[in-house]
Ligand binder design. Structure first.
Ligand code: ASP
Length: 609
């Protein structure tokens, strides 16, 4: 028998009855019934009942048993007994047996717990994060940690089977201005110089392709100095991958294999559509008002411009007729039956969901019951509107008009808001999709320049390359995003493997050849040594686990998450350091009120590589 333990606590079954075992674990619960103490012992495999009876010969054991408290770490030794039939607990995997110990040793006591482990209680996020190691003893997080391990193992094997080689890339690298804000690491040896922690191994993976690795993958930690959100943390893990001699179809096929097999193996949810549908950026924006649409429910946006082309109200007419504008709406099932108050509350949507305005028409038994813009809804307009939208007899028709992107995005938020309000989202589904044909660039009105929609290494569509100089905003790229249930799971693309094209794209986004050489010389150089055509993607592991588990919070799937404000409450980081450490790094701290306004924000983070 092994010295500490012979079996896992949660692994004992009927077949072990009669065996002498030694177990280690934590006390989940303890109950005293006169001369009997019942302890529910727990390890990571499950729980087991340990029964201690008070007898003359077991005086010492009895005394120890009475001292036991929840979460004491103990070792017990004794015989496994079959429980009498009326004491069998069908809800426990070990429910047919119990342990009657001959010895109990307290390995470590547990002081007063900040919250109970053996039942779910409402505790603050702060407490849960500060005592994450206690939270981890609870089944939910314990299960997730195990699931994450199994998922990683599964994907690793899958990648190996598909011919990918795992390569680690450096954590200390250089800051390059292609993405979000970097975490910087000052160099002790080179005063005034800094390493940066990688936002992603984008450039390394491309260099691996130049190096002839052909198919690379890595579970890569990516660090971006951005504010956290429910679905985003400053550090996250990506399944980073890159392949040589491929087209977008080849990359999508690999991603599809990963998502579908992982979902079938690790999720209780059903994949809505296989093969995973591919929709264009233009289509999803027009139809769902988002480039990461949730396809678990309908309420698609409908083009209603046709009803307002001759409208007297100039903004509506402009929205309906101008090329760069749109007028769209959606039908809310049974919304026509809402109370007057609920209809009035629609006025608040623009403020709540960042829009400029919204109009509505409510129907009851096929008749117009009320409308926010009665004045302009003459018979002719109504007729076209109803033809275009085909509302049901008791539905509500919502619409908005204005510049294309902000208007469809606002309506997209309204769509999600209404789906939540009306409980229309089928939570048993995994609705994957690939979004393709993204624009290569978007206009950044603040900096007055073009920004790459994904990152600057993305290859434009071949047939659009001639438009780069004349109509850069019409150029579509080889970017493909994978989306599930309204979450972006990954972005990827083919890359510029020829220096000339890469330099041209840098120039278009405001990086001169000189600056490009200074900051990206390593990559530009490498492209001149027979760099192969290549492309790749980087599914977020945390996001994938979130959708497979049906949770919307990243902290539910990470062992040691940070708070929304970017703090590690467990380690109490970030923290001050000694003056000598600062001296070693040639750094001085400037009090924040004298710092001035050196804003180092490089944008909205949408161009991360
Ligand atoms: N490096 C990119 C990212 O982190 C993904 C890719 O293009 O492969 O979003």
């Amino acid at each position: 028998m092994e010295q500490w333990r012979s079996h896992a606590v949660g692994g004992l079954r009927k077949k072990h009855a009669g065996q002498h075992v030694r177990l280690c674990g934590w006390i989940h619960t303890k109950r005293e019934h006169g001369d009997l103490v019942f302890v529910l012992l727990r390890d990571r495999e499950g729980t087991l009942q340990v029964s201690i009876q008070r007898t003359e010969e077991k005086k010492e054991l009895w005394a120890t048993a009475r001292d036991l408290r929840p979460e004491f770490c103990i070792q017990v030794e004794g015989k496994v007994h079959l429980r009498p039939p009326d004491a069998v607990n069908p809800d426990m995997k070990t429910g047919e047996v119990e342990l009657i110990p001959t010895a109990v040793t307290i390995l470590n006591e547990c002081k007063l717990l900040p919250f109970p482990i053996n039942k779910e209680t409402d505790i603050s996020e702060e407490l849960a994060l500060k005592y994450r190691y206690l939270e981890m003893r609870k089944p939910t997080l314990a299960r997730t940690i195990r699931l994450r391990h199994n998922l990683v193992l599964f994907i690793r094997n899958l990648m190996n089977d598909m011919g990918f080689i795992e390569v680690e890339t450096p954590l200390l690298t250089r800051s390059t201005p292609e993405g979000a804000r970097d975490f910087l690491v000052p160099s002790r040896v080179y005063p005034g110089k800094f390493f940066a922690l990688p936002q992603s191994p984008q450039q390394y993976k491309e260099l691996l392709m130049v190096g002839g690795v052909e198919r690379y993958f890595q579970f890569a930690r990516c660090l971006r100095d951005e504010d956290a959100r429910a679905d985003r943390q400053a550090e996250h893990t990506q399944l980073d991958l890159e392949m040589s001699f491929v087209d977008t179809d080849d990359i999508i096929a690999i991603l599809e294999k990963i998502f579908v097999s992982a979902a079938e193996r690790f999720s209780d949810l059903t994949i809505k559509e296989k093969p995973i549908p591919r929709l264009t950026y233009q289509y999803v924006m027009d139809t769902y008002g988002s480039d990461k649409p949730d396809l678990r429910f309908g309420m698609e946006l409908i083009d209603l411009a046709g009803a307002f082309t001759a409208c007297e109200l100039v903004p509506l007419k402009e929205a309906a007729t101008r090329q760069d504008q749109t007028l769209r709406g959606m039908v809310i099932p049974k919304g026509g039956l809402w109370s007057r108050r609920e209809l009035d509350q629609l006025k608040e949507l623009p403020e709540k969901l960042a829009g400029t305005g919204i109009a509505w028409v409510a129907y009851k038994a096929g008749q117009v019951r009320g409308s926010s813009i009665k004045r302009i809804l003459d018979e002719q307009t109504m007729a076209v509107l109803e033809k275009l939208a085909s509302p049901g007899p008791d539905d509500l028709l919502l619409f908005a008009g204005g510049p294309w992107k902000p208007t469809v995005e606002f309506l997209g938020r309204v769509r999600t808001h209404m789906a939540n309000k009306l409980d229309l989202i089928d939570k048993s589904m995994l609705a994957f999709l690939f979004v393709v044909d993204f624009p290569q660039f978007e206009w950044n009105p603040v900096q007055n320049r073009l920004d790459p929609v994904h990152h600057m290494f993305v290859l434009p569509k071949k047939e659009h390359i001639p438009l780069l100089d004349s109509e850069p905003l019409s150029v579509l790229s080889t970017q493909m995003d994978a989306v599930c249930n309204g979450f972006e799971l990954c972005s990827g693309s083919l890359r510029n493997h020829q220096r000339e094209l890469q330099v041209k794209i840098m120039k278009l986004i405001g990086i001169s050849e000189q600056e490009g050489i200074e900051k990206f010389g390593h990559l530009l150089n490498a492209l001149e040594f027979g760099a192969p055509p290549h492309g790749g993607a980087a599914p977020g592991l945390d996001r994938l686990l979130m959708v497979l588990q049906g949770t919307e919070r990243m902290s539910d799937v990470v062992a040691f998450p940070k708070t929304y404000s970017g703090r590690d409450l467990l380690m109490d980081a970030p923290a001050s350091v000694d003056q000598s450490q600062l001296d070693d790094l040639h750094l001085a701290i400037v009090a924040s009120d004298t710092r001035g306004s050196s804003d180092c924000d490089k944008g909205d983070g949408s161009t991360e590589s």
